[in-house]
Design a protein around this ligand. Structure first.
Ligand code: CTP
Ligand code: ZN
Length: 152
């Protein structure tokens, strides 16, 4: 493949991100104007498998379980490459979680997970309907289909 952005020394490369979702991936990883480490990303680059894809590379960052689950919700085809001293130490696909806790905020203001006095940790059941990912609130049954709603 033609090299769109330079290789990294130590950190994480998130490849095969659904086209257009790289900005959300950066948000999930907590990358903002305050970030000191080098970060690069490419949007809408040609991909044999996907037609078009996005890529995010973060130097010095090793992704955690929570971040992986969030990325799987919005970019289910993503590949994670953990890089050490320029070499790929580990490569794996994200796995769509069947159930997520404390990740999605229920948009139903009457939902028990949003109770003002004693809010409880949100719980969502995740499934696929055809190509679409659907998340259903464990408490009120509200169904979310838009990826924008998955990451509050
Ligand atoms: N990469 C990087 N820095 C490194 C090594 C790899 O940024 N030191 C990036 C590559 O640019 C690529 C991704 O990590 O975007 C995966 O690398 P590689 O497995 O070599 O590429 P492909 O064979 O194209 O990956 P795949 O089989 O996952 O499509
Ligand atoms: Zn709810």
């Amino acid at each position: 493949m033609q090299l769109t952005i330079s290789k990294i020394k130590d950190g994480t490369v998130i490849d095969h991100i659904n086209s257009g979702m790289a900005l959300m991936v950066l948000r999930i990883l907590g990358i903002s104007s305050g970030t000191k480490e080098p970060v690069s990303m490419a949007m809408n680059v040609p991909s044999k498998k996907m037609g078009k894809k996005d890529i995010v590379k973060v130097e010095g960052k090793f992704i955690n379980e929570d971040e992986l689950n969030r990325i799987a919700l919005i970019a289910p085809g993503a590949t994670i490459n953990l890089i050490e001293n320029y070499e790929i130490r580990k490569k794996f696909r994200v796995v769509l979680p069947g159930f997520v806790e404390g990740i999605i905020k229920c948009p139903n203001s009457n939902c028990i997970s949003n109770a003002e006095r004693e809010p409880i940790r949100s719980k969502f059941h995740v499934s696929k309907e055809g190509e679409a990912i659907v998340a259903r609130c464990h408490y009120c049954g509200r169904k979310l289909r838009s990826v924008e709603d998955f990451i509050a």
